[in-house]
Design a protein around this ligand. Structure first.
Ligand code: IVH
Length: 681
């Protein structure tokens, strides 16, 4: 992998992982399985280990926890909300007890503990002043969470007023969760209403609580177990056990299975007992939390990093079951990824009836050699989507043939290609594939692409669902439906006429925008511009791309050498052109549009061939504007300063890049000088 490839891939991974993070933390709707997510993070870490100087400021490896989602006000916790260290077996647990003893200098064998089932929900902090609820916040990044007070007030699980005598101030902490029954009922209702299904009770609880529309939260059934203390204006108990009794007296629900334990042996027995009861419990748990009972001892033990020395979460091993694999089906996601799904004879795994499991990708199927008809071991680790661990009757005589992963999309029949170094095979028929068309159309009309006023995401989804717009070319035939559109709810003659005018205005489009709008993987705005400049005309680009399909052709190697495009992107483009349906879409569009030649500024511009870096904040223009001006003048804009950099433009508060430019003797100018330079050219 070249340095440029590494930088490209790190950029792509940063964006992709951030997208999954947002889906998970802000929308509570994970877009990939945990295993896929972990694989992306691992890949990121591997590349960063090879190229430490390419680690991005927005690298996923630098982000520990998600910041509060936008939309909610932030609340600072008076005492930070931390997490727990994990323990996986009795030896680990014994080690935890020994550490505690050593730290406190205890000789005695007795070590009073409290064990509480560990619920996989979301932790919240409730602030009470003189017994009245004043704030409720999610954990957020531990220091600051989201203000969900209004949402919490809608649930009976949270007392708004404490019973009996209460301190002037107390922060009570606990876990908001959804029971298995409430989760299933919610998903049934979502399904009936044609709404998105929630992945698991944890996501359902988080999604229900973090609703900007409090009315939605009010309609959901949430539960709460209280289990910890944040700040307090006075001492309310001497032991954790006493504190739990106090919580109950104030009106909170404390997990009734919580138990006082005398030592590590009692804890091990409790672990086994709860483990056996686990499947039948009305809520999901993933372990048991053990806490040192004496609160003075807790205070003395304190914290290491972000976890307390006085508690540990002893996790259960993942739940497993055995069943028959009936068939392997290939699903096509909205981004064209082909995902194998195992159809199983229904089986109960840890209290959940399972009929499907993910097989991740073709390598996984090959590695485990999973075949229809096999008996497989399934595992559920937190998520409702279980995984196939292994095949147990692989030496059977009457076993079927190894599974052959398709090289064509099962939905649209286009070629499905897998790029070197990637695990996922993707359908290349993005513009025509029904599984992807909607997302592609949204991209097609987006701001940096066709940017058609009045044709946003919502309208595209509507038009697509009703068959008005199935592919990009249909947009330019909408005039035939102007009257129907005018008659639609929320439209009218003027809006319809304006839309037609906006569409007509875009019948003339620059080559770079046109290329970008096709949504070819890895061909973002910058690469589209590069291609447009390099080939100049639509005809030349179209001809060269068609020729580049042949590996080893002049066109292919030419493509690979264009600045920054590199072989991986060349392969991506070639794969796109290899699919005749894509070429047909492009040709259809070309017949409907006037695709303007790219200005061949790169040779003539004042900054022709120069590498420019912008740093610090510019006051008179946005970064994007500055970049586009520099590119118009023939420059290439880079993100970091190197020996090859020709010019660094310093905005206000320019930091390390300015220093680096000085060290390397690279020319710099301030914003005013930059403005003079661009005005003169
Ligand atoms: S005590 C200083 N007790 O587990 C640590 N946490 O991995 C305070 N959790 O963020 C946490 N049940 O969301 C505690 N009985 C319990 C718990 C519990 C579930 C969650 C909580 C926390 C996470 C830590």
């Amino acid at each position: 992998m070249t340095k440029a490839d590494a930088a490209d891939e790190l950029a792509r991974l940063a964006a992709e992982i951030a997208g999954h993070d947002r889906a998970y933390h802000e929308r509570d709707a994970p877009t990939v399985t945990d295993a896929e997510y972990d694989a992306l993070r691992r890949r990121n870490a591997e590349i960063e280990a090879l190229y430490p100087h390419l680690v991005r400021t927005d690298s996923p490896s630098r982000r520990v926890a998600p910041a509060p989602a936008p939309g909610f006000a932030k609340l600072r916790h008076r005492v930070p909300m931390l997490s727990l260290d994990n323990t996986f077996d009795a030896a680990d647990f014994e080690e935890f007890c020994q550490r505690v003893r050593r730290f406190l200098g205890l000789k005695d064998a007795v070590l009073p503990l409290v064990g509480e089932p560990k619920i996989d929900g979301l932790s919240i902090s409730l602030t009470y002043e003189h017994g009245r609820l004043v704030h409720g916040a999610t954990r957020g990044d531990g220091a600051e969470g989201e203000d969900v007070t209004a949402n919490l007030r809608t649930t009976d699980a949270v007392p708004v007023k404490l019973q009996g005598k209460a301190p002037a101030l107390i922060e009570v902490r606990g876990e908001v969760f959804m029971t298995k029954a409430d989760f299933l009922a919610l998903n049934a209702a979502q399904e009936a209403a044609g709404q998105r299904l929630l992945a698991n009770p944890r996501n359902a609880a988080a999604g229900s609580l973090r609703q900007l529309d409090v009315g939605v939260t009010a309609g959901r059934r949430l539960s709460l177990f209280a289990y910890a203390m944040g700040d307090a204006s006075e001492r309310v108990a001497a032991t954790h056990w006493e504190y739990l009794q106090q919580l109950t007296a104030w009106g909170f629900t404390v997990n009734p299975l919580s138990r006082k334990l005398d030592n590590a042996e009692a804890a091990a027995a409790f672990q086994a007992e709860i483990g056996a009861a686990r499947a039948a419990l009305p809520y999901d748990i993933d372990g048991v939390v053990y806490k040192i009972d004496d609160l003075d001892w807790q205070r003395r033990l304190g914290f290491v990093g972000r976890t307390p020395r006085w508690a540990t979460a002893w996790k259960f091993p993942a739940e497993q079951a055995t069943t028959r694999l009936e068939a392997i089906q290939i699903q096509v996601g909205r981004t064209g990824a082909l995902t194998p799904v195992a159809w199983l004879a229904a089986v109960n795994v840890g209290g959940v009836l399972v009929t499907r499991a993910t097989l991740h990708n073709e390598d996984e199927i090959a590695r485990k050699d999973v075949r229809p008809g096999d008996t497989v071991v399934l595992q559920r680790a937190g998520d409702v989507i279980p995984q196939i661990v292994s095949v147990i009757d692989a030496d059977r005589d009457d076993r079927g043939e190894p599974f052959v992963f398709p090289d064509h999309c099962p939905i649209c029949g286009s070629l499905a290609m897998r790029l070197a170094g990637e695990v996922v095979r993707r359908c290349t028929g993005g513009l025509t594939c029904p599984a992807q068309a909607e997302e592609r159309l949204i991209h097609f009309v987006s701001r940096l692409a066709f940017d058609i006023e009045g044709l946003g995401e919502r309208t595209i989804r509507e038009f697509h669902a009703e068959g008005l717009v199935l592919g990009p070319a249909d947009i330019f035939g909408l005039a035939a439906h102007e009257a129907d559109i005018a008659a639609r709810e929320g439209w009218g003659e003027t809006s319809a006429r304006n839309l037609m005018r906006a569409i007509d205005e875009r019948r003339r489009i620059g080559l770079a925008r046109f290329i970008y709008s096709l949504g070819i993987r890895r061909i973002g705005e910058a690469n589209a511009k590069l291609l447009a400049r390099h080939y100049g005309t639509f005809a030349a680009w179209r001809e060269q791309m068609a020729a580049a399909v042949v590996i080893g052709s002049d066109a292919r190697s030419g493509l690979g050498t264009i600045l920054r495009v590199g072989p991986a992107i060349a392969e991506e483009l070639a794969d796109f052109f290899m699919e005749v349906r894509n070429v047909a879409v492009i040709d259809d569009l070309a017949g409907l549009l006037t695709i303007e030649d790219a200005e061949s500024v790169a040779d003539a511009g004042a900054l022709a061939g120069k590498i420019v870096v912008f740093t610090g904040s510019l006051e008179t223009m946005t970064r994007q504007e500055a970049r586009s001006i520099a590119e118009k003048l023939g420059a290439r804009v880079a993100d970091s300063v190197s020996k090859k950099t020709d010019l660094v433009v310093l905005g206000a508060d320019a930091g390390s890049k300015a220093k680096r430019a000085a060290e390397l003797g690279v020319s710099t100018m301030n914003e005013q000088e930059w403005r003079i330079l661009i005005a003169e050219t």
